[in-house]
Design a protein around this ligand. Structure first.
Ligand SMILES: *[C@@H]1O[C@H](CO)[C@@H](O)[C@H](O)[C@H]1NC(C)=O
Ligand SMILES: *[C@@H]1O[C@H](CO)[C@@H](O)[C@H](O)[C@H]1NC(C)=O
Ligand SMILES: *[C@@H]1O[C@H](CO)[C@@H](O)[C@H](O)[C@H]1NC(C)=O
Ligand SMILES: *[C@@H]1O[C@H](CO)[C@@H](O)[C@H](O)[C@H]1NC(C)=O
Ligand SMILES: *[C@@H]1O[C@H](CO)[C@@H](O)[C@H](O)[C@H]1NC(C)=O
Ligand SMILES: *[C@@H]1O[C@H](CO)[C@@H](O)[C@H](O)[C@H]1NC(C)=O
Ligand SMILES: *[C@@H]1O[C@H](CO)[C@@H](O)[C@H](O)[C@H]1NC(C)=O
Ligand SMILES: *[C@@H]1O[C@H](CO)[C@@H](O)[C@H](O)[C@H]1NC(C)=O
Ligand SMILES: *[C@@H]1O[C@H](CO)[C@@H](O)[C@H](O)[C@H]1NC(C)=O
Ligand SMILES: *[C@@H]1O[C@H](CO)[C@@H](O)[C@H](O)[C@H]1NC(C)=O
Ligand SMILES: *[C@@H]1O[C@H](CO)[C@@H](O)[C@H](O)[C@H]1NC(C)=O
Ligand SMILES: *[C@@H]1O[C@H](CO)[C@@H](O)[C@H](O)[C@H]1NC(C)=O
Length: 673
């Protein structure tokens, strides 16, 4: 498109119209004109033919034919036909016409031809025919000289001249085009045409006298692309009209967009490639890809050679959270509003189950006490959603056949009666065809009131006036405990303040001053779940002989040795040692006397073979000795060959003489104290 600023018609872009009009003979008659005379038209620069339709009663009767123009009384052309009209009449054109004019009387009616007519040649003509005998005849004619327009000018609403390919204009928008004719008399009619069809043929005259035809195309459409709009100017029916044309260039919206990749589920972490096509936009559409609300950036676009179609490829790595997100391919011509077209592809991403565990008893999880019921849910997010679920406790799979106290149903785990045994780590595992997903571990910590660490009550012995440290150790959850101590003796229950605390251990300092102060020390600990139900108790006595050793056993008998092993009895608060006396059963002689300080464990050597013995085992401390434990024993015979079979037989039928393996327990009556 080229344009020159045009403010009126000062700029004369002269176009030589002669070739368009040459060779034509322009004589037309209109029925009337302002003068009321028969009117003829001739194009400027061409030949005008002005007829003189005399009645010609007799050709021979004509003497002179004179042509006048305007009001002038001076003829502009004289034909002397006194020798007869057909007998070479004499022609006398005036200087005004010169050799431009010729009066042709060989045609009927006769015509005055004037070449190269100018505007000055227009006006009133009079043909005066002087007859020899008849009265003179005057025939008046009006000649219009048509001045064709110099050019037609197409402009936009700003007065910019438009030529050739114009635009681009936006699809859907209106377009106003103005056509004006430069010059021309009478003012030419202007007609807008498109593909040969008249769009608008009425025109107006500007105050300056120019013809003007404004056309509004209310809405430019796709079909208008490259269509030509022609403005024709014509001020007579003679000759071809003058015209200018413009060809429309348009910005077009994309027609459609399609994601052409087939939609298939994809595993998380895999690369996804999608292809989208759009067509119909001009200039080519811009394609953007979106995942949900996020713009995707790894995009490559390709344009078909005809610029019609854009093929765009996007790649991205699928993630679990992309499942059921929409991938949108959006095509748009940024030059045009509302030109967006889009296609959507809903992603299906397969992923390993994402597993979390949560307790329905969140608030009480920290205050979990024995006996309560808790339910832990396994929350699974998986695609495909079909999953196998199992639970782990401390890393091992929970088998509900073995642990009936745990109920696993649907995706939750319920413990009806929580105990200390449930302390540990719970974990849920879910598996689909993409793999296994493990939850974080959930720690179960059951709270309980303090209990004594040792089930047995301990005995302490102390001399009156001496001090003793008594240690009370408890087990509690949480282990943040406070202690209190009491002394239970013949005076009743007295609280004791001389103690220290360190964690779950408390040490009381006790110093009985006389026999009557001895008694039982009681210790209670409490945590936020309460005080222990039964106190730990410690008997403090002035001391007593220890308890007898228990569960004595005879092992590893040979022909001259055996071993005796027992459990120690209570020491009654004083350190004890152990004693074994070996008596020959036959002669009642003391064969051996062995001491042990740490534990009742004795190895007896150098015994005569094949001899029965009585064994007395006792313990002793500062306050005396315990009652003895007694056993019978026998060394093996020299020629004794032990076989397993015999051993079994002998064990089955015990016999005092032969049973070397038999253990006597607490045979208190064998020996007197
Ligand atoms: C000339 O005049 C005659 C009679 O007056 C008429 O019949 C004829 O149509 C006229 N011719 C033209 C060309 O005007
Ligand atoms: C010719 O005469 C008419 C009336 O007879 C008059 O109106 C007109 O102005 C005259 N034209 C010229 C050029 O003298
Ligand atoms: C042209 O004609 C149409 C109706 O045919 C009319 O609406 C419009 O106003 C006319 N325009 C001019 C400039 O006369
Ligand atoms: C552009 O491509 C589309 C789809 O292939 C087709 O329907 C349309 O006719 C094409 N338009 C042009 C102008 O080539
Ligand atoms: C995804 O696209 C579908 C179909 O176009 C639509 O029905 C759905 O609402 C969209 N989802 C979201 C989250 O935009
Ligand atoms: C845990 O929740 C279940 C039901 O949701 C309830 O029956 C149970 O008593 C709760 N346990 C505790 C310790 O709050
Ligand atoms: C398991 O879930 C189903 C449906 O959600 C429910 O009807 C059923 O009662 C649940 N079973 C248990 C033991 O909670
Ligand atoms: C919970 O378990 C404890 C210890 O195993 C048991 O003493 C108690 O009776 C149980 N309680 C219930 C309600 O089953
Ligand atoms: C489980 O592990 C915890 C430590 O994480 C441990 O305290 C608890 O005794 C274990 N439970 C069993 C039953 O092994
Ligand atoms: C002392 O402790 C033992 C074992 O814990 C218990 O059997 C006994 O009843 C307790 N005695 C007192 C007086 O609390
Ligand atoms: C408390 O006991 C811990 C270990 O049992 C020991 O390291 C610490 O020194 C004790 N604190 C006091 C104040 O006795
Ligand atoms: C008893 O004999 C067995 C096998 O001969 C031996 O392994 C064991 O150590 C002996 N026991 C003692 C306490 O010597």
């Amino acid at each position: 498109m080229s344009s020159t600023k045009h403010w009126g018609f000062h700029t004369i872009l002269f176009q030589n119209l002669a070739p368009l009009y040459s060779g034509f003979l322009f004589v037309l008659m209109s029925l009337s004109n302002i003068s009321g005379l028969p009117s003829y038209e001739a194009l400027q620069g061409n030949v005008a033919e002005i007829p003189c339709n005399f009645t010609m009663i007799s050709e021979e009767g004509i003497a002179l034919i004179l042509w006048y123009r305007g009001n002038s009384s001076t003829p502009i052309y004289i034909l002397d036909a006194r020798n007869g009209l057909t007998n070479q009449p004499k022609h006398f054109p005036s200087d005004i016409l010169g050799d431009r004019a010729f009066f042709d009387v060989d045609v009927i009616p006769s015509v005055l031809r004037i070449k190269d007519v100018t505007e000055e040649d227009g006006g009133r003509y009079r043909c005066r025919v002087d007859y020899k005998h008849d009265p003179t005849e005057n025939i008046c004619i009006w000649l219009d000289i048509i001045v064709p327009p110099r050019e037609t000018i197409i402009m936009d609403k700003f007065g910019q001249h438009l030529h050739g390919l114009i635009g681009p204009y936006n699809e859907g928008y209106p377009l106003l085009l103005i056509c004006e004719a430069d010059g021309g008399r009478p003012p030419p009619a202007l007609t807008w045409k498109k593909e040969g069809k008249v769009l608008k043929d009425n025109f107006t005259l500007t105050p300056q006298g120019f013809s003007r035809n404004e056309i509004v195309l209310p809405e430019l459409r796709r079909q208008d692309l490259f269509s030509s709009l022609v403005c024709e100017a014509s001020n007579s029916d003679i000759g071809a009209p003058l015209f200018s044309s413009v060809t429309l260039d348009l910005n077009l919206k994309p027609l459609d967009v399609k994601i052409i990749t087939t939609n298939r589920p994809v595993s998380a972490g895999r690369q996804v490639e999608l292809v989208c096509e759009t067509w119909g936009a001009r200039p080519p559409a811009e394609i953007t890809w979106w995942k949900g609300m996020d713009r995707l950036t790894f995009v490559s676009d390709l344009l078909t050679p005809d610029n019609n179609k854009t093929v765009s490829t996007v790649t991205f790595t699928s993630e679990a959270k992309d499942n059921s997100k929409n991938i949108t391919c959006r095509a748009d011509n940024s030059l045009l509003k509302d030109s967006v077209v889009s296609d959507v592809h809903t992603l299906e991403v397969y992923y390993v189950p994402q597993v979390t565990v949560s307790s329905r008893n969140i608030s009480s999880l920290n205050d979990l006490v024995e006996g309560s019921e808790i339910t832990v849910d396994c929350n699974i997010d998986a695609n495909p959603p079909k999953v196998d679920v199992w639970w782990l406790f401390n890393g091992s799979t929970i088998n509900t056949n073995q642990k009936s106290d745990i109920i696993i149903a649907n995706h939750s785990l319920t413990i009806k009666n929580v105990t200390k045994n449930h302390n540990g780590r719970l974990q849920c595992v879910a598996a689909n065809k993409e793999g296994e997903g493990w939850s974080e571990e959930m720690s179960l910590m059951v709270n309980y009131q303090p209990v004594c660490k040792s089930l047995e009550s301990k005995e302490y012995a102390v001399l009156a006036g001496s001090k003793i440290k008594v240690t009370c150790e408890v087990d509690a959850q949480p282990s943040d405990v406070q202690f209190r101590w009491s002394l239970n003796n013949s005076f009743g229950l007295l609280s004791l303040n001389t103690f220290t605390e360190n964690g779950t251990t408390s040490v009381a300092l006790f110093s009985p001053q006389s026999e009557v102060e001895y008694g039982t020390l009681l210790c209670w600990a409490k945590n936020k779940f309460g005080e222990q139900n039964y106190p730990c108790n410690f008997t403090v006595t002035p001391g007593a002989p220890p308890e007898a050793p228990k569960n004595c056993l005879l092992v590893n008998q040979t022909i001259e040795t055996f071993i005796v092993r027992c459990s120690p009895g209570k020491d009654r608060g004083l350190s004890q040692h152990f004693q074994l006396e070996v008596y020959n059963k036959r002669n009642k002689n003391l064969q051996n006397n062995i001491s042990a300080s740490d534990a009742p464990f004795f190895v007896v050597h150098s015994l005569p073979p094949g001899t029965p013995f009585i064994l007395r085992i006792y313990s002793a401390n500062l306050r005396g000795r315990s009652p003895p434990e007694t056993l019978q024993a026998r060394t093996l015979d020299v020629n004794y060959k032990s076989t397993k079979k015999e051993l079994i037989r002998k064990r089955k039928i015990p016999n005092e003489e032969t049973d070397f393996y038999y253990v006597l327990k607490n045979n208190k009556h064998f020996f007197n104290r």
